[in-house]
Design a protein around this ligand. Structure first.
Ligand code: CO
Length: 213
């Protein structure tokens, strides 16, 4: 099979990486192949510049990861819901992190009036966050500040969207975890800003709380 050189490079890198890992820690793969017990679920943006493990200094086995455009938690997204349920009920994670990033192209697209065809349906959810917080966002004078404010508020809303699920509410009731954290990563200096946290002690608008779980 003929492969182009950029793809070939990835496979070569992989070989070198596996060799280096074994050299450093001969038991690494046999240890990891037996069990997965990550403490964290990461819900991040698909942006190639925000790799969950690299920016948090974590190793394979430590973070269960779901990524999509603009780190959204949408209740009709079976992929996200399956990941969430598996992480909370089966892996028993203690923390869920929703991590956005400043300058997010998905959020930027949602602020524009361009037609993105199918993607419109995804980013419409971000437009809804803008509409809910229009006063706070439009209060910012510069376009970049408005974008970054929406990015922070979007993370907050996605944290709340997690708390609105029966999956999280059931876990909060039965085992008082996980904690949910909203973060925003800066592409400019590589640092993460903490935006918000929700735990079993917090309350949503009662409209979203199930009392027969
Ligand atoms: Co992004």
């Amino acid at each position: 099979m003929k492969k182009n050189s950029s793809i070939k490079k990835l496979l070569e890198n992989n070989k070198h990486w596996a060799e280096a890992v074994v050299k450093d820690d001969p038991e690494f793969f046999s240890r990891l192949s037996n069990v997965q017990k990550p403490e964290f679920l990461w819900i991040g943006c698909s942006d190639s510049r925000v790799p969950a493990d690299r920016i948090t200094g974590t190793q394979p086995g430590e973070i269960f990861v779901h990524r999509n455009i603009a780190n959204m938690v949408i209740h009709t997204d079976m992929n996200l819901l399956a990941v969430l349920e598996y992480a909370v009920d089966h892996l028993d994670v203690s923390h869920i992190i929703v991590c956005g990033h400043y300058g997010c192209g998905g959020v930027k697209a949602a602020m524009s009036r361009h037609n993105f065809d199918l993607i419109n349906k995804w980013i419409r959810n971000i437009k809804d966050v803008y509409r809910m917080h229009r006063d706070t966002i439009d209060y910012q004078t510069k376009p970049d500040e408005r974008l970054n404010k929406l990015i922070e508020l979007n993370v907050e809303e996605q944290v709340m969207n997690l708390a609105k699920t029966s999956i999280v509410q059931k876990a909060w009731k039965n085992k008082k975890k996980p904690e949910i954290h909203g973060w925003v990563y800066s592409l400019e200096d590589g640092l993460i800003k903490e935006i918000c946290t929700m735990t079993h002690k917090d309350h949503l608008d009662p409209l979203y709380e199930f009392d027969d779980l």
